[in-house]
Design a protein. Structure first.
Length: 242
């Protein structure tokens, strides 16, 4: 652990089973590609709450929304010990296996490597994050659907969202840790802009949002050659590329 300029840097060494799917690695690599279990389709066709039986012991994530009606976690869909439920016209495919916390509870910021990415203007937006170990959507916030490969996805440059998709994403898989490179925590504790001075080398990527206030690239955080700035309550861990 080192202290630089007052900032702590840490060296971090109805239910239908569908065909199995997985999110492929964004680039050719020797890294393992974690496969997903079979998706389960669940539909509120009559706008009433419907339950679909599935294993929820390791959590559930929405894979593909199929309805025009929004599928919003804890509002029009969720899960408990009995299975996944949908309501108010939500129709979607769900995948078991989100490990950030069971019982349908959002684990909260800072507990996992979660980041927020948003297409606020309906256009494609990119969020620079480490995608080398995969990305998965853990909480959709928008009324517009977030469908993998259509309105969100990722490549070696980060996560992209489009057509109004706004969501929280987990980077890496269970037990993942950032690669052996410098990371820095930078915080806007007083809701004002704060500058964390550090050589940004080849660039900066957000790896974990810790605040309830959203950390949005080029809006509430960004960087230049002299360091990283955060604003409007954003608090997060950032990876300095070497």
């Amino acid at each position: 652990m080192k202290v630089l300029g007052g900032f702590v840097l840490i060296s971090l060494v109805s239910c239908v089973s569908l065909p199995a799917v997985f999110f492929p690695a964004p680039t050719p690599s020797a890294r393992p590609v974690p496969q997903m279990a079979q998706p389960v389709y669940c539909a509120s066709d009559d706008w009433k709450r419907r339950y679909c039986s599935m294993n929820t012991n390791s959590g559930v994530q929405l894979y593909r929304q199929r309805s025009d009606s929004a599928c919003l976690f804890d509002s029009t869909w969720g899960y408990d010990r009995r299975g996944v439920w949908v309501d108010k016209g939500c129709r979607a495919d769900f995948v078991p296996g989100y490990t950030a916390g069971g019982g349908g509870n959002w684990p909260g910021w800072g507990n996992n490597y979660n980041v927020y990415c948003a297409s606020d203007d309906g256009r494609r937006n990119r969020c620079p994050v480490d995608t080398g170990r995969g990305v998965r959507l853990v909480r959709q916030r928008s009324g517009s659907p977030c469908n993998y490969g259509t309105t969100w996805g990722y490549d070696r440059g980060g996560i992209w969202v489009d057509r109004g998709c706004r969501a929280d994403f987990e980077i890496g898989q269970a037990g993942w840790q950032p690669p052996s490179s410098w990371t820095i925590y930078c915080a806007s504790n007083d809701m004002k802009r704060n500058y964390c001075r550090i050589s940004t080398g080849r660039g900066v990527r957000i790896i974990r949002q810790r605040s309830d206030a959203d950390c949005i690239y080029n809006r509430t955080w960004a960087y230049d050659r002299n360091g990283i700035w955060v604003d409007r309550g954003c608090r997060a861990d950032f990876e300095i590329l070497r």
